[in-house]
Design a protein around this ligand. Structure first.
Ligand code: RAM
Length: 553
């Protein structure tokens, strides 16, 4: 059984236990007084979607190439127009490149040619964000998520001419059309288009001319990634899961602050999350908008609930919108009770108990041990929440926090810092991971000197547990900057996100390991999302730190 399924079953059962005990104690609705107002505000902040018509660019072949990302390369063979004037070749699939990643509704016109059609026409259309999705057989399906996320659609055309509209919203750059069965008549695909959607309205100012070429490319692809994920909420990925996740929102919102500044979208997302919280007041990690907004109540994710507070603080600083921040302050305050529940007298988070009752995510790397990260992310959230309280004049409500933060930092240092190696490691598992060092730095447990040493030492450790997603890599870059390792932050960004570009990315990916093109949290790489919200943050770094990222070298 793959890790995703295991996590899933495990979290559902422990969650049910946790929820039932919690709801019994708190049978009333914690936010009864506010809920409907929050949901109304979410509705009021619904952004409009900008629509544009995108046309196909080229007919392509997808050829095997061991040098190419996942072993497949798209090669243009002619312009797309040539498809529209000739009878469709029934034996060979046709593959088309739209030239860039698009999210929207696809349609095409089918016309008979010469002989009267004597039977329905059946076509299979497969949409792919990357070339390998069109070249890899989907069945038998080995993945850990539902196969239905894969974008292959079968359509039956009863009469011609006809306009075919694929009813599901698709997310793709490439598509493949195959004729199914054996129609005894020629036909033509006389046109095709995609109505592309995004709520990102105002493109940010371009980077200065003299900015390094690769950084400009990273910024362009990052903006495109973010733009595609900006729909009527911040989605995690327009192909999959098309959902609002708090952890993704945190990174999207901060990148949005430095780019599109579409603040109604952040406001809507924050209000939705609050309005759909569990009756016990804790936040569900993700939610769906359709048919009507509802939360995914199967799983709770500990650090995502806490990251709501950090997102709210960022939002307040970026917008000065005290009204929203004050309205949502009770939510932020409630999330801090999660930390209290698992805090030992010593000032450490009780990892084993928390890990039984919550999903602690940190990264998709399955070997990762998360004890130290949990302590770090909890301290980080407490600090940020206190900062939020100060901005709102609410610090009196959190009087105990400064002392608690000091205690937790001290406990972390005493228990997790290994003086000999200069690295942080857990009590339950001696694993050295990037995640542990990152969270000990971002929480301020490591001194500046220790932080710098730990990050440098990590690189010498071949067997350190490395990030498997741009999500954790974001925090890595943040930790490098925090430790004064600016040049390294820049180099690492160019290596990692530039690495995706060199492998052909025109939007950034959900999972990426430079050494393993097939890494998939779901046991089947075609179901990975290749335009994924949490990977857009170079947009934030490049614009927030122009001195580090916007020079020529
Ligand atoms: C996946 C999605 C999402 C992420 C969660 C934890 O299902 O990729 O982006 O936030 O995992």
């Amino acid at each position: 059984m793959n890790t995703y399924k295991l996590i899933h079953i495990f979290t559902i059962s422990s969650m049910l236990l946790f929820l039932s005990s919690n709801t019994k104690a708190q049978s009333d609705d914690y936010f009864k007084a506010y809920r409907s107002e929050w949901l109304q505000k979410a509705e009021k902040n619904m952004p409009s979607l900008a629509r544009s018509i995108q046309k196909p660019l080229n007919i392509i072949e997808i050829r095997k190439n061991p040098e190419a990302f996942q072993g497949w390369k798209a090669i243009s063979v002619s312009t797309a127009d040539s498809l529209f004037t000739r009878p469709f070749n029934k034996t060979q699939p046709v593959m088309i490149d739209f030239g860039e990643h698009i999210t929207g509704f696809f349609s095409c016109d089918i016309t008979p040619s010469a002989i009267t059609p004597d039977s329905p026409l059946r076509l299979k259309i497969t949409f792919g964000e990357v070339p390998a999705e069109l070249a890899t057989p989907f069945d038998p399906f080995p993945g850990g998520l539902n196969r239905s996320w894969l974008q292959d659609e079968i359509i039956t055309v009863m009469h011609m001419p006809a306009t075919i509209k694929i009813s599901r919203r698709v997310s793709f750059r490439y598509l493949k059309i195959e004729v199914m069965g054996n129609p005894a008549y020629p036909f033509m695909i006389s046109s095709m288009e995609c109505e592309a959607l995004t709520s990102a309205q105002y493109p940010p100012k371009p980077l200065p001319e003299n900015c390094n070429e690769m950084i400009r490319e990273i910024d362009r692809v990052g903006l495109h990634t973010l733009r595609e994920c900006m729909q009527t909420v911040f989605e995690d990925g327009p192909k999959r899961d098309q959902r609002l996740w708090i952890g993704d929102l945190y990174l999207q919102a901060m990148s949005n602050n430095y780019s599109f500044q579409q603040q109604d979208l952040t406001r809507r997302s924050l209000y939705l999350i609050a309005g759909l919280s569990h009756p016990n007041g804790y936040l569900h990690p993700c939610l769906y908008e359709k048919p009507t907004p509802h939360a995914d109540s199967r799983r709770f994710l500990l650090e995502y609930a806490l990251l709501f507070n950090v997102t709210l603080r960022d939002y307040l600083e970026a917008t000065g919108d005290r009204e929203t921040a004050l309205s949502l302050w009770p939510v932020a305050k409630r999330q801090l009770d999660i930390i209290d529940t698992y805090l030992t007298d010593q000032g450490l988070m009780d990892f084993e108990r928390a890990n039984q009752q919550w999903w602690i995510f940190i990264d998709w790397r399955k070997e990762l041990h998360k004890e130290v990260s949990l302590q770090g992310v909890s301290i980080f959230a407490l600090e940020q929440s206190y900062h939020l309280a100060r901005l709102l004049g609410k610090e009196d409500e959190l009087k105990h926090l400064p002392m608690l933060i000091r205690k937790m930092k001290k406990a972390a240092h005493v228990n997790y810092f290994d003086k000999k190696s200069g690295l942080f490691k857990g009590l339950l598992n001696p694993q050295i991971s990037y995640a542990s060092q990152i969270w000990m730095i971002l929480s301020g447990v490591a001194s500046r000197e220790e932080a710098e040493q730990a990050l440098v030492a990590l690189e010498q450790m071949e067997d350190a547990c490395k990030p498997g997603t741009p999500y954790l890599y974001h925090y890595y870059i943040e930790a490098l900057i925090e430790s004064g390792l600016n040049t390294k932050a820049r180099e690492k960004m160019i290596d990692y996100w530039g690495g995706m570009i060199q492998k052909g990315a025109d939007t950034f990916w959900e999972a990426y390991d430079p050494e393993d093109d097939f890494l998939s949290p779901y046991n089947f790489f075609p179901i990975n999302s290749y335009c994924h919200a949490w990977s857009c943050t170079p947009v934030y770094f490049i614009r927030k730190y122009p001195k580090i990222f916007q020079n020529r070298s």
